[in-house]
Design a protein around this ligand. Structure first.
Ligand SMILES: [Zn+2]
Length: 233
């Protein structure tokens, strides 16, 4: 972040980054309020989050995935290393429409992993490059600019590109997990139309945060390109 602060709030920040940050904030507020809203709506037949995850796994013929509780709020995740679905306190044992949606989504990731879903594999494959990129990109750009060594600054911009690519590949992974989740819940016949609609709304609010994250990194990328190319003399 050094370079960003170093150059302060110039015009390119207002044009490329700020709008995306505002969209990301709105998306975050929307996901919290949607989750809160459907956390007060009882699930169909008293289904808990853990039940919903189990149902999605069963309907897709996926076994060997553990479903365990985890502390915190909206900390739900699927961890492919341990092949485990971790559900937060407001999801695991909660009999709410919100819990069903979130848990089914995480189970959707477990199904992707079991099936070797290509975008998920690509996403895991680029994680190391993304980590290196996000650590080195801004220092390289800053050093490149200070010493007027453009190839170094460009290498930094290139490395930053990996985090944009990561956010981009995240989109199909997230949308597909939700699609699998809602389809499995629907086909199970255990949810009412209202229950399905609630799950869909919780998950599309969550999906917006990933779109917003992509916009933020795209905005930063454009800004870095401008900063580097504007200093060629
Ligand atoms: Zn997800």
């Amino acid at each position: 972040m050094i370079a960003v602060y170093f150059y302060g709030f110039d015009l390119s920040y207002f044009v490329f980054v700020l709008p995306a940050v505002v969209i990301a904030l709105i998306a975050q507020i929307k996901v919290s309020s949607t989750f809160k809203k459907y956390s007060s709506v009882p699930s169909d037949g008293g289904m808990t989050g853990a039940d919903a995850a189990r149902l999605v796994l069963q309907r897709n013929g996926v076994d060997g995935v553990n479903i365990v509780p985890i502390k915190g709020n909206l900390t739900d995740n699927f961890d492919p290393r341990d092949n485990v679905i971790r559900l937060s306190e407001t999801v695991y044992g909660a009999k709410t429409a919100a819990a069903v949606g979130v848990a089914a989504h995480e189970a959707g990731h477990a199904v992707q992993y079991a099936r070797g879903y290509a975008p998920m594999r690509l996403r895991s494959a680029i994680i190391p490059a993304t980590k290196v990129g996000s650590t080195l990109a801004l220092p390289l750009i800053l050093i490149g600019i200070i010493f007027s060594w453009r190839p170094l600054a460009l290498a930094g911009v290139f490395l930053f590109g990996f985090s944009v690519l990561f956010q981009l590949v995240t989109l199909p992974v997230e949308f597909n997990a939700s699609r699998r989740a809602v389809a499995s819940l629907e086909e199970s016949g255990k949810l009412s139309e209202g229950g399905i609609r609630a799950s869909r709304q919780v998950l599309s609010a969550a999906a917006m945060t990933y779109v917003a994250a992509l916009l933020v990194s795209l905005g930063n990328m454009l800004r870095l390109i401008l900063i580097v190319s504007g200093r060629r003399k």
